[in-house]
Design a binder for this molecule. Structure first.
Ligand SMILES: Nc1ncnc2c1ncn2[C@@H]1O[C@H](COP(=O)(O)OP(=O)(O)OP(=O)(O)O)[C@@H](O)[C@H]1O
Ligand SMILES: [Mg+2]
Length: 371
């Protein structure tokens, strides 16, 4: 079972749309998939036609040990796709669990309790913040999938995310790695989009997916019908893009990229029905290697420490987390991957700065070319 958190603390970049439709794409390709709504906004829950005000067993009850994941998960209108909904009460969870020891590993434990073979994929839709809920996703999952929108502020957010991932790896989940990044609401016609994507590719290399998700109004309409894009309009560009993305992540994609502005990325190899973790991964710096400026690190430390305050108790538990994760998904580092990893390791803090010049150049230098 691959456990993937769809995360980016920047709001509105396409996390929920990607979780629903990538999950639906996996299901369409015969992989049983569970999508979890970990966002108090409950957008994913609503997207699938459920009412977060009245839903009976939700992830909220799971966090309070009042429900098991196998009971929270329920089928959707699409074959092979299940959903673990959120309820509006999730908004108060962080305060309610403030004295709960080990509250950052609740979701991980719930995933571990699922029967072997229940699902091929579990996808988690994270909120646009890095609090307790996102931390649970970072601890419970082995892989991160990062939707981005190709604009300047996207890069600032990525730098911070890398810092948090590094801390979580060091303290709670050594097997965590970023395995994918996709451009959502992609508009290939602007110079800004090209400059930002070129810059991100420069840092993250082949984890940046060849497939892009084009801007398509059907993707915005589908939630109001409580349907995945495949149920709503299986032939629209949005459905084709998410199916292509699912195929690419399964190593099945043989078609050409939809967008000529996207440079070629190496194809991933054929994978079995329940694929192993892909080779192309970016890992942040090793635990002992400082990659962030002290002030930034202090802020990020505070995020994690605010949650993991009972360090002794957690330390006693964490080796289990690390051991368990490592045992489940042994790292598949290749020398090539190790090289890829070096760039973001040391240059994360610059990520936010680099495009500034490029963006301005693109904007000011060639205004007539901007569409
Ligand atoms: N490719 C697309 N084309 C058109 N509209 C899109 C596309 N992807 C997402 N949207 C729309 O953009 C809005 C934001 O998308 P979404 O809710 O998936 O982002 P998010 O990152 O989950 O947001 P939040 O951070 O608030 O959770 C939604 O209205 C969604 O329908
Ligand atoms: Mg969302």
């Amino acid at each position: 079972m691959r456990r993937i958190a769809v995360i980016n603390q920047k709001g509105g970049v396409g996390k929920t749309t990607t979780t629903v439709n990538l999950g639906a794409g996996f299901a369409r390709l015969g992989r049983s998939t569970l999508i979890c709504d970990l966002d108090p906004q409950c957008n994913l829950t609503v997207h699938l036609g459920l009412d977060p005000n009245t839903v009976e067993e939700s992830l909220y009850e799971l966090f309070h040990s009042k429900a098991e994941l196998k009971n929270v998960a329920r089928p959707t209108g699409q074959k092979g796709l299940s959903v673990a909904p959120a309820s509006v009460d999730l908004a108060g969870l962080e305060l309610e669990l403030v004295h709960e020891v080990g509250r950052e590993v609740i979701l991980r434990d719930a995933f571990d309790e699922l029967d072997e073979g229940s699902y091929d994929f579990v996808l988690v839709d994270c909120p646009p913040s890095l609090g307790l809920l996102s931390l649970n996703a970072l601890v419970a999952c082995d892989e991160l999938f990062v939707p981005i929108q190709a604009e300047f502020f996207a890069l600032q957010g990525l730098g911070k995310l890398m810092d948090v991932v590094q801390l979580v790896r060091r303290r709670l989940n050594p097997s965590l790695r970023i395995t994918g990044m996709v451009s959502c609401r992609h508009d290939p016609s602007t110079n800004l989009s090209k400059a930002v994507i070129a810059d991100i590719k420069g840092h993250f290399g082949s984890i940046f997916q060849e497939t892009v998700i084009r801007r398509n109004v059907k993707l915005a309409e589908a939630p109001s019908h409580g349907k995945t894009i495949f149920e709503y309009d299986a032939e629209c560009p949005g459905a084709l893009d998410y199916l292509a993305l699912a195929q690419e992540l399964l190593g099945q994609k043989d078609g050409a990229p939809q967008s000529s502005d996207t440079p070629e990325a190496p194809q991933t190899p054929e994978t079995p029905k329940v694929p192993e973790a892909p080779k192309a991964v970016v890992e942040v710096a090793p635990a002992d290697e400082p990659v962030v400026e002290p002030v930034v690190e202090a802020v990020v430390e505070a995020v994690v420490e605010a949650v993991v305050e009972t360090s002794d108790a957690v330390e006693a538990d964490s080796p289990k987390a690390g051991d368990l994760k490592t045992a489940q998904t042994p790292k598949t580092k290749t020398p090539k991957t190790a090289q890829t990893q070096k760039t973001p390791k040391t240059k994360v803090p610059q990520t936010a700065k680099t495009p500034k010049t490029k963006t301005r150049d693109a904007k000011l230098g060639t205004p007539e070319n901007e569409k």
